[in-house]
Every structure is written in structure tokens, then in C-alpha cells.
Design a protein around this ligand. Structure first.
Ligand code: ATP
Length: 460
């Protein structure tokens, strides 16, 4: 870890290790804050990443907090806008949090920066959106998810470089542990467990034992279900949980994060039907896990880009066998909900029509009736041989082209017309089954079958 102790007993972290363009941006905000006599802090993940990293650090988002003055963030943001006129500025809420975004800037890339006034929050019911009130930096840090994300690095003088670490984030970083700051943390906001899984997977951290127990207690108490029943719309169990799933599936560590969520039985926060303990025994869990590992191989090796929403669909399809409710809770798009609604029926049709050991041409003929995403969903929840057949169809069979074209048939003397289509289809089927491998064999094959409309073919 790169934090250094100082003679005054503070941990100190230098922003000199931030890459130069970020330092340049910060120096403008620092000068504007110092001119007003405000204290400005870098908070949250940026501090964590600066402490953890060795060498120079580039950050794609910066969270800055000004201690005390409502609207201060907007003033600092405007000072930055003068220097970077192309930056987009948005102002949110009664605390006038300023959000700056650079879009494809040649030097700063897609940097985003939040400038807020120190504030604290309270939750009116479990998993509600918080009610926010102005506060000190200490309380602002106390509202955060894990101690490692609850440190502030003072940017302004006097005291620039000091790390405010009221909740022992440094110790937890050293111990590689994720620890919540208070007992109600998960009751207030279940998205924190999904964030925790993402951080644990990304940094290789563990949940500290009390933190884990607090989460298990929150889940076991049925508090989220109760909240859903009483309030209907529960933001932290819907839109915000969906955003967390998006971050998880966009991360290269998604598989480990998902494993952590499954181990913690945390998916049931989304909906009780995703209670992996009740719906899957140990063998079922292993199967689910293998299915995800294969899915990753498919995506990597065969370019089946699902995107994060597709991955959420796969998650729902593979854990909740007959239910579409998790997709509804997460407000997935209508197409996804329709697909998941029809899935049991499509799955039953495919499993009925595909015999183990079916020829590639038979697999092709059955599966071509379905769209790619539905097939991926069926594959995610089926065993071999069906999964393997679907995999082969998606990654091989469907891109096989007939060895002859309509033009070829014409020059071979076959009369043009709808028979061409049937012949080309037969050529394709024979190619898939390995009966013919090149153009000459395809021509020979056509001679043997003749035209499907001629008497010797037997076709009609
Ligand atoms: P990343 O590197 O993935 O962006 P981050 O820690 O910067 O990680 P953000 O989502 O940008 O994550 O959040 C910034 C900070 O806001 C966090 O470090 C944390 O202090 C706080 N925070 C974000 N979400 C929550 C939450 N649900 N509950 C409490 N604090 C949160």
C-alpha cells in the first residue's frame, strides 16, 4: 500500500501520484476552494485506489466534497468550466451537487467528477431512497458503504495530503477486508452487498465476519420483502440494484462477483424466486456454476456479445425456473420480459424436438425457428446434450453456407424457380452433416437428388 504515515500521526497520501491531467483538473478546484476558504476533499473510491496502487494512478471518476457550504460544488464546477469549456455540467438536487463529464476528451477521456457539499442521509424505510441533509465531512463519510470507501483526502491547505480515516479504512485495506460502518447498513441499502461483491471480486478482499453476519441477518429477517409488500416501489431493490448488476456484468471480474453473491444467497434481494438455497441443491449450484463458466467461454471464444442486460436475463433464466418476476422487479425491458415469459414453453419445445445424437442438419432445422437470445437462455438452463447442440448451432451450424449458389444450379441446367430453394437447402443440410465437403461433391450430390420436382427425386 502506498499511504505514508506523517510526524503528526495522520496518514498522508500525495496526489503527486495522480496522472498529470487529473492533477491539472484538481489544481483548479483546489485554487477556487482555497480562495473561498473552503476545505475540499477527494473521497470514496479515489482515495482507496490511490492508497492501494503502486506507481502513477489514473482515475475515471473523482468524487469531491466541500465541507459545509451548500452550493459550493457548483461554484467550483463553474471555475472548472471556465478552464474546460467543453465539459458538461449538471446540477442535482437541493444540495446542488455538480456533476461534470468530459466526453471523449483527447487528454481526459471520459472523466467524470462529482462536486458535492458534505451531507448525511437517513432512510425512511428499508431500501428506500435516502433523505439527505447537510453535515460535516465526518458524517458524510459515515453514510458510505464500506470503511475502505469512507476515507477523505484533504486537497486544500492547510493540511493538504492528510487522510481523514475516522472508520479505520486504512487498517481494513491492509487486512483486505470489507467492513460496513454501522449495523443497519444493509437494512438501509441492500445494493451495498452487490457493491461489496464487486469490490471483493475486483480486489480479492473478504467480507469481515460481522459484516457478513449483518447481511445474513438482514436477508433472514425478510425485511426487504416486507418493504416491498408495504411500499411497492422500492428503489434500492429495483433501479439501483439493476445498476449494480450492470456494473458487475461490465466488470472483468463478473464471474467471481456472481459467485460471491450466490455464496451469500444474495440474489434473493432481487426476488425470493432467486433464493439459490431453496431452489438449488449443491449439485444444482455446481451445475449453475458450470453453466456460467461455459457461458463465459462462449462469449469469449465465439464473440456472443450479450451485453450486461443479456447477462441479467441469463441470470434470471438460469436461477428462476418458471418465474418472470425477477425480471419485472428489475424493470428489464419489455423484450426481455416477453422472452423470459415464453422461455419455459420454448425450452419444452426444443427439448422435445431434439433427440440426443441428432444430426447437425436436424439440430439446425429445429433451432433456426428461434432467436439467438432465447436459445442462449435455453442453453443456460439445460444440461447436455441440449446445451451442446445449441452451442454448436450458435457457434457453427448457423453460419455454414451452402456450397453452391442459385447461379451455380442454373449453369448446371436446373430450371430456375422455387425448386432452387429446396435444392440449396438440401445441399446445406448435406454440408452440415458432412455428406459433402466441397463444390465438386456438391455438384455430384445435386445430380443424385435431381430436382425435387422431378419424378426421380420423390419430392413434391
Ligand atoms: P468504482 O471504482 O467502482 O467507481 P467507487 O467506490 O468510486 O468505485 P462509486 O459508485 O463511484 O464507487 O461511489 C463513490 C463513493 O460513494 C463510494 O466509494 C462510496 O463511498 C459511496 N457510495 C456509493 N454507493 C453507495 C451506497 N450504495 N451506499 C453507501 N455509500 C455509497
Amino acid at each position: 500500500m502506498a499511504g505514508q504515515g506523517s510526524s503528526q500521526g495522520f496518514e498522508r497520501v500525495s496526489i503527486e501520484r495522480l496522472v498529470a491531467p487529473l492533477r491539472a483538473v484538481l489544481s483548479i478546484a483546489i485554487a477556487a476552494a482555497e480562495a473561498e476558504g473552503w476545505q475540499l476533499y477527494l473521497v470514496g473510491g479515489g482515495v482507496r485506489d490511490l492508497i492501494l496502487a503502486e506507481g502513477m494512478v489514473g482515475l475515471s471518476d473523482l468524487d469531491l466534497v466541500v465541507d459545509g457550504v451548500v452550493g459550493a460544488g457548483v461554484k467550483l464546477a463553474k471555475a472548472l468550466q471556465e478552464r474546460y469549456p467543453e465539459v458538461k455540467l449538471e446540477i442535482h438536487g437541493k444540495f446542488q451537487t455538480a456533476a461534470l463529464t468530459w466526453n471523449g476528451d483527447p487528454v481526459l477521456g471520459d472523466l467524470s467528477m462529482d462536486l458535492a457539499t458534505a451531507r448525511t442521509e437517513r432512510y425512511e424505510y428499508p431500501a428506500a431512497n435516502p433523505v439527505v441533509v447537510a453535515s460535516s465531512i465526518e458524517l458524510d463519510l459515515f453514510r458510505r458503504d464500506f470503511s475502505v470507501n469512507a476515507m477523505a483526502l484533504r486537497l486544500t491547505s492547510p493540511g493538504a495530503g492528510e487522510v481523514l480515516d475516522f472508520y479505520h479504512g486504512m487498517e481494513d485495506l491492509a487486512a483486505r477486508e470489507l467492513r460496513v460502518l454501522h449495523d443497519r447498513s444493509f437494512v438501509d441499502d441492500p445494493t451495498r452487498i452487490f457493491r461489496g461483491a464487486r469490490f471483493a471480486a475486483r480486489f480479492g478482499f473478504e467480507f469481515e465476519s460481522r459484516t457478513r453476519a449483518l447481511f445474513e441477518a438482514a436477508i433472514g429477517s425478510g425485511i426487504y420483502e416486507q418493504s416491498r409488500a408495504e411500499h411497492g416501489k422500492v428503489p434500492a431493490l429495483q433501479a439501483r440494484l439493476k445498476s449494480e448488476l450492470k456494473y458487475i456484468f461490465q466488470s472483468p471480474h463478473w464471474k467471481s462477483a456472481l459467485r460471491i453473491l450466490i455464496d451469500l444467497e444474495a440474489l434473493q434481494c432481487i426476488h425470493p424466486s432467486l433464493n439459490t438455497r431453496d431452489c438449488l441443491d449443491a449439485a444444482g449450484l455446481r451445475r449453475l456454476w458450470r453453466s456460467w463458466c461455459r457461458m463465459e467461454v462462449w462469449m469469449r471464444d465465439f464473440g456472443l456479445g450479450l451485453g450486461w442486460q443479456g447477462m441479467v436475463e441469463v441470470l434470471v433464466a438460469s436461477c428462476a425456473r418458471d418465474e418472470v418476476n425477477p425480471a419485472v422487479e428489475l424493470r428489464l425491458e419489455a423484450g426481455a420480459i416477453d422472452r423470459l415469459t415464453q422461455l419455459p414453453e420454448i425450452e419444452a419445445e426444443i427439448l422435445k424436438s431434439l433427440q440426443p445424437g441428432a444430426l447437425p442438419s436436424q439440430v439446425y432445422q429445429v433451432l433456426r425457428a428461434y432467436d439467438e437470445m432465447s436459445l442462449i437462455l435455453v442453453a443456460a438452463r439445460s444440461d447436455d446434450p441440449w446445451r451442446c447442440q445449441i452451442w454448436k448451432y450458435l457457434t457453427q451450424y448457423r453460419s455454414v453456407k451452402p456450397l453452391l449458389s442459385g447461379q451455380d444450379l442454373k449453369s448446371l441446367g436446373y430450371p430456375a424457380g422455387k425448386t432452387f430453394k429446396l435444392m440449396l437447402h438440401q445441399v446445406l443440410m448435406a454440408t452440415l452433416d458432412g455428406v459433402i465437403c466441397d463444390r465438386d461433391e456438391a455438384i455430384g450430390f445435386c445430380r443424385t437428388i435431381g430436382s425435387p420436382l422431378t419424378p426421380n427425386s420423390g419430392g413434391t
